[in-house]
Design a protein around this ligand. Structure first.
Ligand SMILES: [Zn+2]
Length: 83
């Protein structure tokens, strides 16, 4: 609130990121899927939109080196795919 009693709102950057990257899937059927052998820890985890039939983001358990880990906030991985 400024000296005139006016409240100034700024857009939350986390909201902005979610809207930019996930807004197109608003209201869609979203699932989390793990891929791997039966009874074993998945070697890949993904978040998928069944409505669009696309992978929103996924990540393998292992990577060759740390340079592959470009994710920020654990939300956007090196394998983020957009449709
Ligand atoms: Zn979708």
């Amino acid at each position: 609130m400024n000296k005139n009693g006016v409240i100034h709102y700024v857009e939350n950057p986390i909201y902005t990121r979610i809207r930019e990257h996930l807004g197109r899937h608003n209201g869609h059927e979203i699932v989390v899927a793990g891929y791997g052998g039966k009874g074993q820890e998945p070697w890949n985890m993904s978040i998928e939109c069944e409505t669009c039939n696309c992978v929103i983001m996924d990540a393998d358990k292992f990577m060759e080196d740390e340079a592959d880990a470009t994710g920020e906030m654990g939300m956007l991985t090196n394998k983020e795919r957009r449709v």
